[in-house]
Design a protein around this ligand. Structure first.
Ligand code: FES
Ligand code: FES
Length: 160
């Protein structure tokens, strides 16, 4: 066990953890942030996706020994009131079925839009195909990404 300091959703946290504990389990078991899901544990399903500086990362692949001093955002920290354009678009397009994969999908989409504010089908499919949805919601995910992208661009163009 060692002391670990990191920032999650803007709040500094100090924890006692084993060096090899993945961030996914720190978030879920120690911080109670259960929106980040366990799917495969080996970095291939995307259910555990979070953001660091706007970039999507897989929390199951980040051991405690590598995350000291870093700052992460989980689905709970995306907005205080479910008002992030991706969250709104997901609701408008009624994307989720069982919902299990969807927090990871939204965080992956945020990472995509942070890098590419005006994506096309090919880019969306390329990035999102690394995340697995057993319910097959991919067409609605693509629609929601276009909706969120349009809202983000509109907000940017109308902000002073
Ligand atoms: S649980 Fe992390 S990628 Fe599947
Ligand atoms: S909505 Fe069920 S796994 Fe994606």
């Amino acid at each position: 066990m060692a002391e670990l300091r990191l920032t999650v959703n803007g709040a500094p946290r100090t924890l006692e953890v084993d060096d090899d504990t993945p961030l996914l389990w720190i978030l879920r078991d120690q911080l109670g942030l259960t929106g980040t899901k366990f799917g495969c544990g080996v970095g291939v399903c995307g259910a555990c996706t979070i953001l660091e500086n706007g970039k999507a990362l897989r929390a199951c692949q980040l051991p405690a020994s590598e995350i000291a001093g870093r700052s992460f955002t989980t689905i709970e920290g995306l907005s205080p009131d479910v008002s992030h354009p991706c969250q709104r678009a997901w609701m408008e397009e009624e994307v989720p079925q069982c919902g299990y994969c969807q927090a990871g999908m939204i965080m992956t989409a945020c990472g995509l839009l942070n890098e590419h504010p005006d994506p096309n089908d090919h880019l969306i499919d390329t990035v999102m195909s690394d995340s697995v949805c057993r319910c097959g919601t991919y067409p609605r995910i693509r629609k929601a990404i276009y909706r969120a992208a349009a809202e983000i661009r509109e907000k940017k163009s109308s902000s002073p």
